[in-house]
Design a protein around this ligand. Structure first.
Ligand code: ATP
Length: 237
């Protein structure tokens, strides 16, 4: 991590009650990069994302956004500071229309929401087509796109994605990873947390492997895809 890293996480320790889950995790995300964080079930991936976004308090360590220490901010203030998170399980508001879901995502940056809405419809034409329908009527993949677009409505400086492929049929998994790869054109750096290590590393620049609360490997994503340890443990090869 450098002073100009988009996101710099240093020595983060966090857990639940008497259980320490993260034992000093350091990762960084540079401008324009997609970084994949992969690891087995229970390694602490979700806990790390939630600690970065402030939903879980850090016991020690720090989180910096473009050189600004945001560790003391509540999660909603971190969103205002430019850190957006898409939670696991696509938390869209089912009864509300697609467009109202998007408007809610822009609440922290009033004024520019019409332009931003148009930008989202250019990125995700299917959402424009379905803009007046209740979000709950969309397919799983479309709801995931909506969750991502809603997070982008706040014009974030960094986007955190938690398991975007979870629960999607294989065809839709491919589609959602293609969408995430396309987001590279927006220039917004993305931290992508995934169980689907192969798909995540295939679109990422850099990758980290998290094992029981510690970073076990950190390398260029292409190098991790060729790494024998990664192949056996995470790629099923
Ligand atoms: P998954 O892909 O299954 O979500 P993960 O790598 O994201 O796995 P976490 O969900 O961060 O892992 O969980 C890490 C550890 O923390 C696990 O041992 C889990 O049982 C524990 N844990 C998670 N949430 C809680 C909680 N709310 N209370 C207590 N322990 C928890």
């Amino acid at each position: 991590a450098t002073e100009t890293s988009a996101l710099a996480v240093r020595d983060l320790v966090a857990g639940y009650g008497g259980i320490e889950v993260l034992h000093g995790v350091s990762i960084s995300l540079e401008s324009g990069q997609i970084v994949a964080l992969v690891g087995a079930n229970g390694a602490g991936k979700t806990t790390l994302l939630r600690t970065i976004s402030g939903l879980i308090p850090a016991r020690s360590g720090s989180v910096e956004l473009f050189g600004k220490n945001i560790s003391a901010l509540r999660s909603d203030r971190r969103v205002c500071a430019g850190l957006a998170q898409v939670l696991e399980g696509r938390q869209v508001f089912g009864p509300l229309s697609v467009e109202d879901n998007l408007r809610l995502g822009g609440y922290s940056q009033p004024g520019s929401s019409v332009e931003q809405l148009e930008a989202m419809y250019r990125l995700f034409p299917i959402l424009k087509e379905k803009r007046l329908l209740p979000a709950g009527t969309l397919s799983g993949g479309q709801q995931q796109m909506l969750a991502i677009a809603r997070a982008l409505m706040s014009r974030p400086k960094v986007l955190l994605l938690d398991e975007p492929s979870m629960g999607l049929a294989p065809l839709l998994v491919r589609e959602i990873f293609a969408v995430i790869a396309d987001l590279r054109a927006t220039g917004i750096p993305i931290l992508l947390v995934e169980q689907n290590a192969h798909a995540a590393l295939s679109i990422a620049d850099h990758g980290y492997v998290l094992e029981t609360g510690r970073i076990a490997l950190s390398d260029a994503a292409g190098a991790l895809l060729q790494d024998e340890r990664v192949k056996t443990a995470y790629l099923g090869l």
